[in-house]
Design a protein around this ligand. Structure first.
Ligand SMILES: [Cu+2]
Length: 661
């Protein structure tokens, strides 16, 4: 009896080993285009039907270090899509994987590819990157101020990581000029939470251009024992990376830079061509890609559960994600898990602003068939939180220079076929994320500071130009950033993120055209001046970010994530960790000063981790807005220091370089 059991077990072990070998062979064959799973999910018996779902190249740390070289370079790539998609390139031919070239794109890339590699590390590891800037020389500077500039200067931001912002670490005030080789070294704390993060360039004025060429990649921190990655149902699920990008090209298939004579962010008529990005008013192309491919196909078995690590790496488009016939189960927002899996009913979209990530547990239907993962029309009413608070249309005006795409957009086709398998979803409480104060601590600790921040727009649009229709700050700021500031050409769009408690003073004698004057701080980005001079390490702070405009903006702050407690003043049943979130637009009749207007808002609590001491930024993750100044420097000060004594070395270096030109 015992012997026969032993025989059976060893037979099973042999079969298992054979399956593993088979899986390795199948995997190796498909490696170039199919890199299923990024650790943890590929147990024997789970191999699905052969699939061509593309996965970015995976690079894993070993012995505590991940060393790699990244080359920033201009390259031409084919954009592949399924044969069913109408061909946009005459004479396009099907490739070996039954996809066709639907377009080409020439622009800045990492390593010449449309999507950067997926970097996988453990807490405590060090990420070492040799970043070689092989981009061409920058064009001669023609405009100044917060006008997009230096398209080929780059740097490196590890979005969502709670790491040092100083020196060679996650320092976005650092500049990496064309022709230079730069070392990045980011030490991930041993207590860091496991989750889905990403990396991209962050040179102010150049981010939109570089991201529209596809410069972005996923960065995953693996969890060990006792973390969410160790929950049996999560561990058993195959992991799929979905890096959503929105690639924009001109009719000549180039990622376009800006219009050097623009006088506003977005042209007001299709023929005005006086907006920063008005190159796209001409016939142009927009591609919503998943891992660099249009609408790839993913196979799942009936009843299979997979973990999808999704990233909105678009330059500004908000994605309303929904999978036909399926619930979406939210495991993590921005790489930080919820106390429990949160289920969105079929058809209810997850709202993903630019820069956001979501880890979804998806359980395939028991009914074989084809289901589309789609980006719904942003005019669909949806909440910025998966908890469904304050649903509203989610239209985000990146700028009126980008043609409106036709919705819904299919991001991937999910084919459910093969042998059924009834995998469970995690139903128990999930372990809390490591390295962050508990939700109870965050919500019961008395904050050291309470601040109000505002997204404000001035100028440009009809209804915003008349003094009576302007926000109190507009007159003073519009006068401050004069023609001289913009490099000789007047510019009418101010997209600001500012201290809303900095309310200015009445003019004397009172001037009805400028209701208030003498605001204390910059409205537009200035890397020399932090927004506040009293953000101290280890403090807890409560911020309310108010949206004083009629379109959504995406609030993002580097280094420390934040716990959202309210949306539009409505308390969330479960406070939600994020590092980026859509701040709802104002509602009510124009103008913005109308008494009928209600501003949208989010309220959050944040804690300043000791490792994050230094200078970094907060900004709108609609990069077209960030690049024209909707950003502020913020400093976390050591307990003993004051803002006056704290200076960012890279910032000084940058000013030195600028002065030398
Ligand atoms: Cu914005």
């Amino acid at each position: 009896m015992a012997a026969s059991n032993q025989h059976r077990l060893s037979t099973i072990a042999r079969i298992s080993r054979m399956l593993v070998v088979l899986a390795i062979v199948v995997g190796a064959v498909a490696l170039s285009r199919t890199m299923m799973g990024c650790g943890g999910g590929a147990s024997p018996g789970q191999t699905t039907t052969a699939s061509s779902f593309p996965q970015p190249q995976v690079l894993r740390s070993s012995h505590g270090v991940l060393s790699l070289t990244l080359r920033a370079k201009v390259a031409t790539n084919n954009i592949l899509g399924p044969a069913a998609v109408p061909t946009m390139v005459p004479g396009a031919i099907a490739d070996a994987s039954n996809t066709v070239v639907v377009g080409t794109i020439t622009g800045p890339t990492y390593d010449g590819k449309l999507t950067g590699p997926t970097l996988i590390l453990d807490p405590g590891d060090t990420l070492k990157i040799k970043l070689i800037n092989e981009l061409p020389a920058n064009p001669p500077v023609s405009r100044t101020g917060m006008y997009p500039h230096e398209p080929y200067t780059t740097n490196f931001h590890s979005h969502g990581l709670e790491v040092s912002p100083e020196g060679n670490s996650d320092n976005v005030l650092r500049m990496m000029y064309p022709g230079t080789t730069n070392l990045v070294e980011i030490k991930i704390p041993s207590y860091h939470h496991a989750g889905t993060f990403w990396f991209h360039p962050h040179v102010h004025g150049a981010v939109t251009f570089q991201m529209m060429g596809g410069m972005a990649g996923m960065l995953i921190v693996r969890g060990g024992a006792g973390t969410v990655d160790d929950v049996p149902e999560v561990k058993a699920a195959k992991q799929i990376v979905m890096d959503f990008q929105v690639l924009h090209t001109t009719s000549a298939n180039q990622v376009a830079y800006v219009n050097p004579t623009a006088t506003q962010l977005g042209s007001l008529t299709p023929t005005a061509a006086d907006g920063v990005w008005s190159a796209y008013l001409a016939p142009s192309n927009t591609y919503f890609t998943t891992n660099g491919v249009l609408n790839p196909t993913l196979h799942m078995r009936p009843g299979e559960v997979q973990r999808w690590r999704m990233l909105n790496a678009g330059s500004g488009e908000t994605l309303l994600l929904a999978l036909q016939g399926h619930a979406l189960n939210v495991l993590m927002n921005d790489g930080i898990n919820m106390p429990n899996l949160l289920t969105l009913a079929p058809g209810t979209p997850y709202v993903m602003g630019a820069g956001q990530r979501v880890d979804m547990m998806v359980k395939a239907s028991q009914t074989p068939g084809t289901y589309l993962l789609q980006c719904l029309n942003p005019s669909t009413s949806a909440s910025v939180s998966p908890q469904g608070i304050a649903p509203a249309p989610r239209v985000s005006h990146i700028s009126s220079d980008f043609p409106m795409p036709t919705y819904p957009i299919t991001l991937a086709t999910i084919v459910i076929d093969g042998r059924p398998e009834n995998m469970p979803l995690p139903m128990e409480d999930l372990p809390p994320p490591t390295g962050l104060p508990s939700i109870a601590t965050m919500t019961t600790t008395s904050p050291n500071a309470i601040r109000d921040i505002a997204f404000e727009l001035c100028g440009e649009h009809a209804g915003m130009t008349q003094p009576s229709a302007r926000l109190p700050s507009c007159g003073w700021y519009a006068a401050k950033y004069d023609t001289n500031y913009w490099g000789g050409i007047p510019f009418s769009s101010l997209n600001m993120i500012r201290d809303a408690d900095d309310t200015g003073v009445p003019s004397n004698p009172p001037n009805p055209n400028e209701p208030l004057i003498n605001f204390q701080k910059e409205g537009l980005f200035d890397d020399n001046v932090p927004l506040f001079d009293d953000m101290i390490v280890n403090n807890y702070e409560q911020w309310t970010v108010v949206n004083k405009s009629f379109s959504d903006h995406v609030f993002h702050i580097h280094q420390n994530p934040f716990l959202v407690t309210q949306i539009n003043g409505i308390a969330l049943p479960i406070p939600e960790w994020h590092d980026s979130i859509v701040v709802p637009a104002a509602t009510g009749g124009v103008p913005i000063t109308s008494p009928n207007v209600t501003f949208g808002s989010i309220t959050f609590i944040t804690h300043f981790d000791p490792i994050t001491v230094g200078s970094f930024v907060t900004h709108c993750h609609v990069l077209q807005h960030e690049d024209i100044g909707m950003m502020q420097r913020v400093d976390i000060l050591p307990a003993s220091a004051s803002a006056a004594h704290h200076q960012n070395v890279a910032s000084l270096e940058r000013r030195h370089h600028s002065a030398g030109k």
